[in-house]
Design a protein around this ligand. Structure first.
Ligand code: PMV
Length: 365
């Protein structure tokens, strides 16, 4: 049966943002469970859009298209669907055609697995409720999507909610879980909903170490117990800073977490050094600017050399001038991405109803 002859029985389409961790998830337990808690916020402009069409019949389980072209990800998606099928048996009955595209360039050095698995999981969660004839309320749909996203990429489970979210068992709230992330709404100081993120691309190349390899190095890491304790303490301190609007403590925790992640990589066996000379130059300029201009800016890092420069909307003119005059010279081809805290996923196509109203999930306050 050719692709064009097949008629989709069910279709779902979602847009899901990427997220940046402030307290980092590094190391796994069991299957896709975190060694420590993490806390992140979703971005607004860096997202993936994915559509899933379900068919009966046909000879291929998954056809996966990335930006319109057949992609080599088929096997990863098939393995992922096999995991999901353990929890949702209807997966076995259908074949899948999946189209996906990113808002950010492939070579931007932004990890796309969080937004990709987030978008795919939202489609699967929505299809799950539709096929089983249940009409879930939004929190149920999100929780299901967060759990499914986690099976594909741990950090993806934090991409499902507007604003900030937390993943991993923590004493902070009873509802915290290793299985899915939960949103953090209550009491966050409005200041932090004005966060902006300038992603400074030092090196857009492919990651030197995959995140699964990196996580596995934590199993035998000499600093494993102290890292777990540190993450625990940093979650508490960061949450308190978010509640009280304490910028100084926010900055202290965020930078300490970024450098701790890289310190763990540098001291693992084998060891990885992913920071580049330009990363260090940017860090030292950001710190100097903070001190000299007395403007609250800080940096965080993913498992790579690119800098996420965090600042507040109020300081946008000064910080953008600083980026242009002092930082772009250290970015590959002067490349940076202008992003900010986001409103969360958006449904692009309602199942059985193409009316699109109230698509944005609410960002509080
Ligand atoms: O979701 P993964 O398996 O790609 O791991 C992501 C790990 C970090 O990005 C380094 C940290 C985090 O919490 O997002």
């Amino acid at each position: 049966m050719t692709q064009l002859q097949k008629e989709a029985i069910w279709t779902s389409k979602w847009r899901c943002p990427s997220n940046i961790a402030l307290v980092k998830y590094w190391g796994k337990r069991d299957f896709q469970k975190p060694m420590n808690q993490s806390l992140s916020f979703v971005l607004q402009n860096s997202f993936t859009e994915t559509s899933v069409d379900l068919y009966l019949g046909g000879d291929q389980k998954v056809e996966f298209y990335f930006e319109g072209l057949p992609s080599t990800f088929n096997e990863r998606i098939e393995n992922y669907l096999a995991q999901v099928a353990i929890r949702m048996h209807w997966i076995e009955k259908y074949n899948f055609r999946i189209h996906s595209r990113n808002s950010f360039p492939h070579s931007a050095g932004i990890a796309s697995s969080a937004s990709s698995f987030g978008a795919l999981a939202l489609c699967l969660a929505e299809l799950h409720f539709a096929i089983s004839g249940k009409a879930p309320d939004t929190p149920k749909l999100w929780r299901k999507a967060s759990e499914l996203a986690r099976l594909g990429s741990g950090s993806a489970c934090r991409s499902i909610y507007p604003g900030f979210s937390i993943w991993g068992n923590a004493q902070l709230f009873e509802s915290c879980s290793d299985d899915y992330a939960i949103p953090l709404y209550e009491g966050i100081s409005p200041l932090f909903y004005s966060l902006r993120d300038a992603i400074l691309i030092v090196d857009p190349g492919i990651k030197e170490v995959s995140s699964s390899r990196g996580h596995s190095l934590m199993n035998e890491h000499i600093y494993q117990p102290s890292r777990i304790a540190q993450a625990h303490q940093n979650i508490n301190e960061l949450y308190l800073a978010l509640l009280t609007g304490n910028k100084e403590n926010f900055i202290a925790v965020v930078e300490s977490e970024a450098l701790s992640l890289h310190a763990l990589m540098m001291t693992s066996n084998p060891s990885y050094l992913l920071l580049k000379p330009n990363t260090l130059e940017l860090i030292s300029r950001i710190r100097k600017f903070r001190e000299m201009a007395q403007i609250p800016v800080c940096f965080t890092l993913d498992a790579g050399p690119n800098i996420h420069l965090l600042y507040f909307k109020k300081n946008e003119p000064e910080v953008k001038a600083f980026i242009e005059s002092e930082l772009l010279g250290f970015c590959e081809n002067q490349h940076w991405i202008d992003d900010c805290i986001g409103k969360g996923p958006e449904r692009i196509l309602n199942i059985g109803d193409i009316n699109q109203k109230d698509n944005h999930l609410n960002l509080k306050p």
